[in-house]
Write a protein that binds this ligand. Structure first.
Ligand SMILES: Nc1ncnc2c1ncn2[C@@H]1O[C@H](COP(=O)(O)OP(=O)(O)OP(=O)(O)O)[C@@H](O)[C@H]1O
Ligand SMILES: [Mg+2]
Length: 395
């Protein structure tokens, strides 16, 4: 299924990247994983963590930094993720309270589900690992108020992974996804505190993944705390021919007969963005299956595409309405000229665009809103369905 982290059978390629990431994490490195949105960072991380736990018995911690609305909320969520990773979660209350010296740690197993009338959680059998039910654990630091309290707490929390590694005599691997969001929590001081903590944690591998390349690259620049902190992996798109072959094979393996070139057409239409490739492949596959057919043709693909476009119509119209006229014409030019030479007199004239500085401003606004992104020497529309919609339905 697309839109979720892919199960291993649906995971294309990435063999080299996975090997490298697992190797680095096993060596206790602090790895930075950078790519634009929807290239497959979170999926890669999931696989690397699963591999680390299966092959090396590592305890794995995963948190998405951008989900939290404040620095304290992040520290609570992060501490919780560390406790959940512990195989002896029922002892967590004790060790967490000892490890967090600067504040009171409240660890609770909320009897959730009871209130909503759901059956009570099953009692754990003797031989099962004593892991608390995941959904119901909360960690909070109710006494933390001032900025000073928060920075002292952060120091304690950032030391927890090493503490866990030592306590259980296991490797620990930490993934902080959407890491660029850390800069929003009172920027510099978080970076300093985290860098200071992780650099001595030899038994703990870290992967910091970020989907805003420019923010991440700046974070790694000289005079910033994470400068030279560890290897940087820049995730590229999956090679299109390999991805196409993978898609064809998935069709074949589920009993359909893809016409030659179907996988390639899907990858091409989807701009080779893993998320969009999976979506288009899945929708096409679904239409064919529910029609009870075996052969998968290019016509099927185009029918699925038209259906998706009409399903997204309302969303795309709303997006279009929000754009200024300058942004609309620039977006059309990006689509029709495949993102090349937007500032040149020729392209501006052909698409009746304004002067270079207006075009520049419009491009910047579209990039900021995640509508388009820069890819080496050109601009691309992030969502390939939107690109098709703009090409077919706007003027
Ligand atoms: N190696 C892969 N093989 C097949 N499909 C993949 C692969 N990697 C990612 N995908 C598809 O792309 C989608 C997006 O991947 P993922 O969420 O991992 O990207 P991301 O880089 O973390 O994106 P974001 O920046 O939006 O968080 C997945 O739901 C999946 O459908
Ligand atoms: Mg992600």
């Amino acid at each position: 299924m697309y839109g979720e982290v892919v199960p291993s059978t649906a995971f294309a390629n990435r063999v080299v990247e996975l090997d490298r990431l697992v190797g680095d994490l096993a060596a206790g490195q602090k790895v930075f994983l950078i790519s634009p949105r929807r290239y497959g960072k979170s999926s890669l991380i999931r696989h690397a963590l699963a591999t680390m736990s299966r092959r090396r018995g590592a305890l794995t911690v995963e948190t998405t930094v951008s989900r939290f609305s404040s620095y304290v909320a992040f520290l609570e969520g992060y501490a919780r993720a560390i406790v959940v990773a512990d195989t002896q979660g029922d002892r967590a209350r004790t060790w967490l309270r000892e490890a967090i010296r600067s504040a009171r740690a409240d660890v609770r197993w909320a009897p959730d589900g009871l209130a909503s009338g759901a059956p009570a959680p099953r009692r754990q059998a003797q031989d099962e690992p004593r892991r608390p039910p995941r959904g119901s654990l909360t960690v909070s630091f109710p006494t933390v108020r001032s900025d000073r309290d928060v920075s002292r707490l952060a120091e304690d929390v950032f030391a927890l992974p090493a503490r866990l590694a030592q306590l259980r005599r296991r490797k620990v691997v930490v993934a902080l996804d959407e890491f660029q969001a850390i800069a929003g929590f009172n920027g510099g001081s978080v970076e300093h505190a985290l860098r200071a903590a992780v650099q001595h944690q030899r038994d703990v591998g870290y992967v910091f993944a970020g989907s805003e390349p420019s923010l991440m690259e700046r974070m790694l620049g000289p005079r910033r705390p994470f400068y030279n902190a560890g290897p940087v992996m820049r995730l590229d798109k999956i090679p299109p021919d390999e991805f196409a072959a993978f898609i064809d094979e998935r069709f074949a393996r589920t009993g359909l007969r893809p016409d030659p070139g179907l996988g390639a057409a899907i990858v091409e239409l989807a701009g080779n963005l893993p998320y969009d490739v999976q979506r288009l492949a899945h929708e096409t596959w679904d239409d064919i299956r529910s029609g009870g057919r075996r052969r998968a043709t290019l016509d099927d693909l185009h029918r699925a595409l038209r259906r998706l476009l009409s399903e997204q119509q309302v969303i795309f119209e709303a997006l279009w309405q929000r754009l200024t006229l300058a942004q609309r014409s620039v977006l059309r030019a990006v689509v029709l000229d495949e993102g090349h030479g937007l500032l040149s007199a020729d392209v501006r004239e052909r698409h009746r665009l304004a002067g270079p500085s207006t075009v520049q401003t419009a491009l910047a606004a579209l990039v900021r809103d995640d509508v388009i992104s820069r890819e080496s020497d050109r601009y691309v529309v992030v969502d390939s369905l939107l690109r098709e919609w703009v090409a077919r339905r706007t003027f």
